[in-house]
Design a protein around this ligand. Structure first.
Ligand SMILES: Nc1ncnc2c1ncn2[C@@H]1O[C@H](COP(=O)(O)OP(=O)(O)OP(=O)(O)O)[C@@H](O)[C@H]1O
Length: 240
């Protein structure tokens, strides 16, 4: 067993046990039981409105379930989340990163060097002084990833992080996702981009209309989906 496998096995599994979510009388997530373990790249797929973001927000603790139980089997790991539209402070790219380090009580003397190092890693060194909010969509997303990188998360949630990006920016984000994975981070990422899922997924969780219809290894999912909805989705015939 290599060091990476050992490290990943140390990340607590996350279990959903009959978790449901309702809002104003509408059941948006049907009772769902799924688990996330190891350091796999799990891609949550499904058409618009299927409940992908909802599931991720519940998993990351941003929403409370209406019923059922979400629990980490062991010590809850360090987690970070990257959103479709990054939420950045009205400060420079560099200051967005030093701010996070300050919040996490990293000694002041170390902050700038660490932040510059993260900017460099994500190809943003030349933009360090630029206001974060004027960066392009792809640059903002890389800045959000750099910010997550500073936290050294064991679990990284990404909610459709490339949906507004051009092909080069998509590749940069996917390379970053793989860099996290290679350092031993469990990836849980929502997308409706089939090509992206084929490139990245170790396993696929397919959602449709507030239900998880399948959770299977990527190879199985793409070759032999178990539900007619997933089959239609893979053939590009299921839009919502
Ligand atoms: N916090 C919330 N409160 C009330 N309704 C919500 C909440 N979050 C999501 N919804 C609703 O739940 C349904 C599922 O939304 P969700 O954003 O999870 O879908 P999705 O699969 O991520 O879709 P998309 O691919 O379009 O982003 C939608 O009908 C949405 O309007």
């Amino acid at each position: 067993m290599n060091a990476e496998t050992t490290m990943c096995n140390d990340i607590a599994p996350l279990h959903f046990d009959q978790v449901r979510f309702e809002h104003r009388g509408h059941r948006l997530l049907m009772p769902t039981s799924v688990s996330f373990s190891g350091c796999r790249r799990t891609l949550i797929m499904g058409p618009n409105g299927a409940g992908k973001s909802l599931l991720m927000r519940l998993a990351h603790g941003l929403l409370r379930p209406s019923g059922g139980r979400i629990h980490w089997q062991g010590t809850p790991p360090v987690q970070a989340m990257v959103f479709q539209r990054p939420v950045l402070l009205r400060r420079s790219a560099l200051d967005n990163l030093t701010y996070v380090l300050a919040v996490h009580r990293v000694p002041r003397a170390l902050r700038k060097a660490r932040a510059l190092d993260a900017l460099e890693r994500f190809g943003l060194a030349a933009l360090a002084k630029r206001p974060a909010r004027v960066l392009s969509g792809g640059e903002q997303q890389r800045l959000a990833l750099a910010r997550a990188w500073l936290l050294n998360p064991s679990v990284l949630f990404l909610d459709e992080p490339t949906s507004a990006l051009d092909p080069a920016a998509i590749k940069a984000v996917e390379d970053a996702v793989n860099a996290f994975h290679q350092q031993g981070t469990r990836i849980i990422m929502a997308t409706h981009d089939l090509h992206q899922a084929r490139r990245l997924a170790d396993d696929v969780l397919f959602m449709y209309s507030g239900q998880v219809l399948e959770h299977s290894p990527a190879e199985h999912f793409f070759k032999a989906p178990q539900s007619p909805e997933a089959d239609a989705f893979i053939r590009g015939e299921l839009v919502w």
